[in-house]
Design a binder for this molecule. Structure first.
Ligand SMILES: *Cc1c(COP(=O)(O)O)cnc(C)c1O
Length: 264
């Protein structure tokens, strides 16, 4: 690997050899008992990395944008008010996604290279009854780090679901999802999680799952609908075979290896 060029972007990153080797195997069936146990373990490890013992983890073929799309599709119904705290490019993307599902979106935009001050966020939350807010934990373009603990606390205080875009931060920055009261953490495989591109990763609080269960209308996204994925995740957690869409088997083998390296 001597002549290989070093890749230095936020993601895809340089992957550990152990991670790459763990997926360099003939692809087993997605209902192979050994693979079921790899999937089960990966779901547990993902929750451990987000420090969310009681959360519901989802591992789905896709990218970080799909994880954002799933959070919006499953939690938003037409007319719901959503607040986007934007520190750059991906904040504005979240606003677009939320609008697709009929949300009435307000954006609080930071000065380039800065965060939105906490008192401005609180003022905005007092001004209207929002259902959900989103923020980018680490902004990929400016490296700005939002205070997830404080935003989580504000969400709890004002009874607003909090969605953290952690595509650039999960496994790089500490996240105490449960202790900080963050309802949804979305991420992807190819950044600090350390696995080649192709996985949308999400951990939802029980509070978020309850909001989903109380929907009045079906989710307007077939592939991303938690009603389709939840039984699959539960089955894998319980070491049972199940199928909705074929999981990216080799990538999930790599995910288990990388998450093991991260938590150990
Ligand atoms: C990379 C990134 C995304 C988009 O992820 P994809 O896997 O490219 O879809 C979203 N949010 C943040 C903060 C990112 O860094």
């Amino acid at each position: 690997m001597k002549s290989r060029k070093l890749l230095m972007i936020p993601g895809p990153i340089e992957f550990e050899s152990e991670v790459m080797l763990s997926m360099a195997v003939p692809t087993p069936s997605h209902v192979n008992p050994d693979f079921i146990s790899v999937f089960s373990n990966s779901l547990k490890l993902l929750k451990a990395v987000c420090q969310s013992e009681s959360g519901q983890a989802f591992i789905v073929a896709g990218t970080g944008t799909l994880a954002m799309d799933m959070a919006a599709a499953n939690l938003i119904e037409t007319g719901d008010k959503a607040l986007v705290i934007s520190t750059g490019y991906f904040g504005l993307r979240f606003a677009e996604i939320l609008k697709r599902y009929g949300a009435d979106v307000d954006i609080l935009e930071a000065q380039v290279g800065d965060i939105v001050p906490m008192d401005l966020i609180e003022e905005q939350l007092k001004s209207k009854k929002y259902k959900l807010l989103t923020f980018t934990h680490v902004d990929t373009s400016t490296a700005v780090l939002n205070n997830a603990k404080s935003i989580g606390a504000l969400g709890k205080k004002h009874n607003v679901l909090t969605v953290l875009d952690g595509v650039c931060s999960v496994a790089g920055e500490e996240i105490k999802q449960e202790a900080w009261g963050i309802d949804v953490v979305v991420t992807a495989s190819q950044k600090a999680v350390g696995v080649p591109p192709g996985l949308a990763l999400l951990v939802a609080s029980q509070n978020a799952m309850k909001t989903f269960e109380q929907r009045k209308n079906p989710v307007a996204n077939y592939y991303g609908d938690w009603a389709n994925w939840l039984p699959i995740m539960k089955a894998y957690e319980n070491k049972q075979a199940s199928y909705f869409g074929t999981p990216p088997v080799n990538l999930i083998m790599a995910l288990e290896k990388s998450l093991q390296l991260i938590v150990n």
